[in-house]
Ligand binder design. Structure first.
Ligand code: CTP
Length: 410
């Protein structure tokens, strides 16, 4: 797994309490560590009934803290030695958080190392409750959660589903990607795009031929989704206008699902109203069938071939350019150019014609760049004549750099 910039070298305390969902916390600790975070795990006595500290130590490579009274190398009780644990941390995550731990936190009790640390810590708190039966929706639990949220805690809502008991209800700990998504949002809250609204488009459009067929292109949406995640990491609120169904939506992004170029145009115009930036990473069809057959087109014995007549679609960026002249929004507009020849000259002409602030040009003839792969090799052109070639990088890294340039223009 590639390191994740927003997690790299972040000191995260992971509080683990007594729930059958602790096995998911091992995966969380492992993925956070692989992403570059320094994860210090504190287990409650109840958590130790489910798994041993060794499981966490094995995946984090760091000591695991369990008791307030054990002495560290210094001879000091752990709760004194590790007030520093809470003080220096970037984030305290409690996952899974039981009803009992939530109650203790809400009332400021401090009778074990985790609750002491929660009181001593000055960093943000992310809580991911997990509990069986009706415990989550019980008014006592809800009141405690409200108290914690009013104090600034970030809640990862539990999911509905089947519990270990066989009962069905709300209270299941979400999977690791959801937990990490919320952790990223919290860590990114003061990032370079904090308070900004960014609209990002992703994927290739689908232009219907008949009720079952469409014309599309090779865009996977990966670059657009990476941009959405990078914008969230930078603290932006993100609207993702997407044709893609196969990729997980980054936690915190508002998804606007579209199919055709016409729908994407509508969505972009509606959602970029008042937006700070628009990044058009989508591969929008330039042509669509001139008529959409109402019924499925049948192959008929007498038809030697089928002719499709195509017509032009509207250019979304040109429409945005017109709107921007009148309204001033979005403040910054970024386009992409996929070219197979004369990359930089074609890209520069596109930037000017479409009235862009930045244009990200990629050479789709390279095997390690462009469609479907996780890496990209691009040059960022700017309206002031700038030309910045980036080394081959992951789509995540490319996205971070693009958004840095966007933040610089805002
Ligand atoms: N784009 C758009 N509306 C379209 C087609 C493209 O807004 N109907 C946007 C893309 O999202 C991208 C940029 O324009 O950000 C450039 O896309 P590209 O397909 O490379 O350019 P075209 O305008 O199609 O130019 P050409 O056909 O000359 O390559």
């Amino acid at each position: 797994m590639e390191t994740i910039t927003i997690l790299q070298n972040k000191r995260i305390i992971l509080g683990v309490t007594g729930s059958i969902a602790v096995y998911k916390a091992i995966d969380l600790a492992s993925k956070l560590t692989q992403a570059g975070a320094l994860v210090d795990v504190i287990m409650t006595a109840a958590a130790e009934q489910f798994v041993t500290p060794l499981s966490f130590q094995a995946v984090t490579g760091r000591p695991v803290y369990t008791s307030m009274w054990a002495t560290g190398g210094s001879g000091l009780p752990t709760h004194i030695a590790h007030v520093g644990l809470g003080e220096g941390a970037d984030l305290l995550v409690i996952a899974p958080a039981t009803a009992n731990t939530l109650a203790k936190l809400a009332h400021g009790l401090a009778d074990d190392l985790l609750s002491v640390t929660a009181l001593a810590a000055r960093c943000p708190l992310v809580i991911a409750p997990a509990m069986d039966g009706g415990m989550y929706i019980h008014p006592a639990t809800q009141a405690n959660l409200n108290t914690l949220q009013e104090r600034g805690a970030w809640l990862v809502e539990p999911e509905e589903g089947r519990f270990a008991s066989g009962l069905v209800g709300k209270g299941r700990l979400p999977e690791t990607p959801t937990l990490i998504g919320q952790i990223r949002r919290t860590l990114g809250r003061h990032g370079i795009l904090a308070g900004r609204r960014v609209v990002i488009t992703a994927g290739g459009t689908h232009e219907a031929i008949d009720p079952v067929r469409y014309i599309t292109n090779r865009s996977s949406g990966k670059q657009g989704y990476a941009l959405a995640q990078a914008a969230l990491d930078a603290g932006a609120s993100v609207t993702l206008v997407s044709t893609v169904h196969e990729l997980p939506v980054p936690v915190g992004a508002e998804l606007i699902a579209v199919d055709s170029a016409a729908r994407m145009l509508e969505a972009v115009l509606a959602h970029s109203e008042g937006a700070d930036a628009l990044v058009m990473a989508a591969a929008v069809a330039d042509f669509r069938p001139a008529t959409v057959a109402e019924q499925k087109i049948k192959k008929q014995d007498d038809t030697a071939g089928l002719r499709l007549e195509l017509e032009r679609t509207a250019d979304i960026l040109l429409s945005v350019k017109e709107k921007r002249k009148k309204t001033g929004w979005p403040q910054v507009v970024v386009g992409f150019a996929a070219e197979s020849e004369n990359l930089l000259a074609n890209a520069r002409a596109k930037l000017e014609r479409k009235g862009l602030d930045l244009l990200v040009a990629n050479d789709i003839t390279a095997a390690d760049a462009g469609f479907s792969v996780d890496t990209n090799r691009v040059t960022i052109l700017s309206a002031d004549g700038g030309q910045e070639p980036l080394a081959l990088s992951s789509k995540a890294r490319v996205s971070e750099i693009i958004l840095k340039r966007v933040a610089g223009l805002l």
